[in-house]
Structure formats: C-alpha cells, structure tokens
Write a protein that binds this ligand. Structure first.
Ligand SMILES: Nc1ncnc2c1ncn2[C@@H]1O[C@H](COP(=O)(O)OP(=O)(O)O)[C@@H](O)[C@H]1O
Ligand SMILES: CC(=O)N[C@@H](CCC(=O)OP(=O)(O)O)C(=O)O
Length: 259
C-alpha cells in the first residue's frame, strides 16, 4: 500500500494576516505523516513593488514578470516569506527546509512561450524531481516550496504557487497516495463570494462547467480550480479547497473536488 502525503498550499491573503498565518502554520505543524507546504506571497510582492515604484501587472491571475519584477519575486518568495515560514515551523517542532525549484533541481520549467501575452520570466513546469523530494521526506525534512522554478540554464522563473502545488502533487502521486489542500482565507468555493455560509461542498466536472458558465467562479479562483481538476485527472487522490480549519480534520465545511 502507498504511504500518504499531504500537500498544503497557502495563499497570499493568509500569509498577510498575522493571526491567520500563525494559525495555519500551527495546524500544518500538527498534521501527521509526510507533508509538503507550498506558499505564494503575491500580495507581498505587489506591496514591495509599489514601494520601489515597480507596478504589478496581472493577466488571468498571472504576474507579468520583467527582470526587475523577477528580482522582487525572488526576494519576497524565496527570501522573506520562505524564511519566515521555515523559522516559525522550526519553533513549532517541524524540521522545515525552504526550497525553490532550483534547489536540488526539484522543479525545472521553461519560459512561457509568447502567444497573445508576453508574460516575461514566467515558467511553465516541465519536470519535478520526485526522487530528490522523496529523499528529503525520508530524511525527516518537511519541504517548503516557494513560487520559483528554474530552467536548468541558470535562469530563475516565476511560477504561480497553485500550479507548483498541483505539479508537485502529480509528480509525488507515483509514490504516495496524495491529498492536495488549497488553503485560503474563505471557507471553500462559495456560491456567493460575499456569503461565507454558501460553501459548495462538492464540485465535479459537470458542476464546474456550470459554475464557470454562470460566472460564480472568478479571479484567483479560476486558476485554482483549473489546477484542482488538472491534479485529479493526473492521479492525485483527493483535492480540497477551504480555510485553515480544513487541516484540522475536524467537522468543518470545505469544498471537495471530484472528476
Ligand atoms: N466562488 C468563489 N468562491 C470563493 N472565492 C472566490 C470565488 N470566486 C472568486 N473568488 C476569489 O478568489 C480569491 C482566491 O484566489 P487567490 O486570491 O488567487 O487565492 P490565494 O490567496 O490562494 O492565492 C478569493 O479571495 C475570492 O476573492
Ligand atoms: C506567475 C505568477 O503569477 N506567479 C505568482 C507567484 C506567487 C503566488 O502564486 O502567490 P499567491 O498564491 O499568494 O497568489 C505571482 O507572482 O503572483
């Protein structure tokens, strides 16, 4: 029987909320078994860019990344956010190790080809080195991945953290029975984004199409759900979307995705 693995992605709004940040890391540190954390930090990158006079430009939930913006992404995702998370998890007794896709050659990508939009230094994932990650888990480390990949020729690339989480979950699913948790500030995918009590408990491919057609899913939820179904179609056992409480295995409401 395969061992279990939990992959938890935490979003930018959670990271920016001091209380929410402590809470989610506390719950993550208590999770049993093999686990990996993936974090964004898009909000912080936008904030730092503004302070430096470099305006952010997002298209379809993805950041247009020129060389200066990439430097900000590296500083914020690979530096500030990663190291804060690692230090907090160490204090909670979790032996965390901060990773970009360049570290241990764990995630190789290529620069997204220019079609309608030139996203600049944004990476589409080619290859995850599942063996290197397996070795880290086996050695007792908890890998903490940020939203950076590399092209194997010395170029770092900015890759959406939701995508990194899905690609990791898919690659690790050969070896593990993997559950992918997309953890953000709301209770789940909501029927009405203004009403926290309108959690849609289950979404299958058919409901997904309907929700898209009615415009119930918008903004950052579009790439998130796209990644959820991409993971499910590629042998990830379970995919959930919800707030931190979802990690507690308690009886809270959240959204489960099925094919
Ligand atoms: N139906 C929906 N249910 C919940 N959130 C939604 C929905 N449609 C759009 N959203 C928006 O998507 C956002 C989450 O996407 P995003 O900000 O990219 O997440 P993350 O914080 O994980 O990066 C929510 O804050 C919300 O504003
Ligand atoms: C290419 C691209 O869009 N990369 C994202 C990576 C960070 C991220 O995904 O952060 P959240 O999860 O907090 O949104 C960005 O720069 O915003």
């Amino acid at each position: 029987m395969k061992q279990k693995l939990s992959i938890v992605k935490i979003g930018g709004n959670l990271i920016e909320d001091a209380q929410g940040f402590e809470h989610v890391l506390g719950l993550f540190s208590k999770m049993d078994g093999n686990k990996i954390l993936v974090h964004g930090g898009g909000k912080k990158a936008t904030e730092l860019g503004n302070k430096l006079g470099i305006e952010s430009q997002m298209v379809n939930g993805r950041r247009i990344t020129d060389p200066e913006t990439l430097d900000i992404a590296v500083m914020v995702y690979g530096g500030l956010v990663s190291k804060k998370i690692v230090a907090k998890l160490q204090a909670l007794g979790t032996d965390a190790i901060g990773m970009s896709g360049a570290d241990g050659n764990t995630i190789q990508a290529h620069k997204r080809p220019i079609k309608k939009v030139d996203f600049g230094l944004v990476g589409d994932v080619d290859k995850v080195n599942a063996y290197a990650i397996f070795k880290l888990l086996q050695a007792g480390f908890t890998p903490i991945f940020c939203a950076l990949t590399h092209d194997g020729r010395g170029q770092l690339l900015n890759t959406n953290a939701d995508t990194i989480a899905a690609e990791l979950a898919i690659a690790m699913s050969d070896q593990f029975e993997t559950t992918l948790y997309y953890c953000f500030e709301k209770k789940g995918v909501l029927q009405d984004v203004e009403d926290e009590n309108s959690v849609i408990k289950q979404i299958d491919s058919k409901t997904y199409d309907e929700l898209l057609a009615y415009g119930i899913i918008a903004d950052g939820m579009l790439p998130k759900l796209h990644n959820c179904f991409y993971a499910l179609r590629n042998h990830v056992s379970k995919v959930c979307v919800g707030n931190s409480e979802m990690l507690d295995q308690s009886n809270v409401e959240y959204t489960t995705l099925t094919l």
